[in-house]
Design a protein. Structure first.
Length: 357
């Protein structure tokens, strides 16, 4: 079975796509974003997938790719277009190449026009394609910098994308209105730049008169992406918390195990967000835990010391995860959730105050 997820980086409106083969556990990421590598790593772990490739649709001008960082984390291979001019990749792709992940395949189609090295990735059964900045939802990528050429883009779209089956779903690298997907049939009919009876010269005339400002991050993003996201300092990366051995979840929350909490208990604030009857009930509570029920946390957060890490606890980990989100919004930085809550704490044999057998 194919595993598919569409992820977004809100800052750059970039879509990252995860495709995995459930049988083998192999997966690929299309257009990863450097700042979202921790999120992507958490999702891969939770889905039990092994990252084999990161794929770039082109050299981006509005964000730095996460390819280099993910290779450092997982040993995945970086694949980019041979025509991109990028250095540091493991594989350079040309039209007609295939990327395998388990029993599934992505076919590589060269679709230049936005840049010389633009690629579209088509799933083996032609049910979906990932068009980068060549074809957007009811739009197209720019053609006014980075080797852009509207005539070349027009031919790329009509020869390589519009010839796919009408019901083939199309997923772009960006959308600035919150739209997520379209289809070949829709874009053939309704794309105001490229659909219907619009000719190549009409499209070129429109694109040559857009007069758009350049992307804000272009001077940083393009040089970094020509190195596949490798920073100037190889030691650079995502900073990890040092106050406890934590795990980042796809929900965006740091967690720690009961064993880890017992090891750092003396240096953290343990916040129990259950109701008083639960705190003194059959499960008992952790020694030195402070009780602030979840419903009272927003107004009582000021009672907590912002200079000491906080570990939130509840019965099973659900309410305490909400508590983490509340405290994050209140400005607390070093905070984590006890994975599994009091149920796991007791099941693992850690000591409690009160409670029954």
């Amino acid at each position: 079975m194919l595993i598919f997820r569409q992820l977004v980086d809100p800052k750059s409106s970039t879509y990252t796509y995860l495709l995995g083969d459930s049988q083998s556990g192999e997966a690929v990421l299309i257009d990863p974003v450097f700042e979202q590598a921790r999120r992507d790593a958490a999702l891969l772990a939770e889905l039990g997938l092994r990252l084999t490739y990161t794929l770039e649709t082109h050299v981006h001008a509005d964000h730095v790719t996460g390819a280099w960082l993910l290779r450092r984390l997982f040993g995945s291979q970086i694949a980019v277009a041979k025509a991109s001019g990028a250095v540091g990749a493991d594989r350079y792709l040309a039209h007609g190449d295939q990327i395998a992940f388990g029993v599934r395949r992505l076919q590589v189609r060269a679709t230049p026009g936005h840049t010389n090295g633009c690629l579209t990735y088509v799933l083996d059964n032609e049910s979906m394609a990932f068009t980068g900045d060549c074809l957007l939802i009811r739009g197209s990528g720019r053609t006014d910098f980075q080797q852009g050429d509207p005539h070349v883009m027009y031919r790329s779209v009509h020869n390589e994308i519009f010839r796919l089956p009408e019901d083939c779903l199309l997923y772009p690298a960006h959308d600035y209105r919150g739209l997520t997907a379209t289809s070949v049939g829709e874009e053939r009919r309704f794309n105001p730049r490229l659909g219907g009876e619009i000719g190549e010269d009409d499209f070129a005339g429109y694109m040559n008169n857009m007069h758009l400002p350049h992307p804000k991050q272009i001077d940083i993003a393009v040089p970094a992406n020509l190195r596949c996201g490798r920073p100037d300092n190889d030691a650079a990366g995502l900073s990890e918390p040092t106050w406890a051995p934590l795990t980042y979840t796809f929900a965006g929350i740091w967690e720690l195990s009961p064993q880890a909490l017992e090891e750092v208990a003396g240096s953290v604030q343990i916040l129990d967000v259950r109701e008083p009857s639960e705190f003194d009930g059959p499960l008992g509570h952790i020694r030195d835990a402070r009780l602030i029920p979840l419903g009272e946390l927003s107004k009582s957060a000021g009672e907590l010391d912002p200079n000491r890490p906080i570990v939130a606890v509840c019965r099973s980990g659900g309410r305490s995860a909400q508590a983490v989100a509340i405290l994050q919004k209140a400005g607390f930085g070093r905070i984590a959730n006890l994975a599994g809550g009091m149920l796991r704490w007791r099941a693992d044999g850690h000591p409690v105050v009160g409670g029954g057998e």
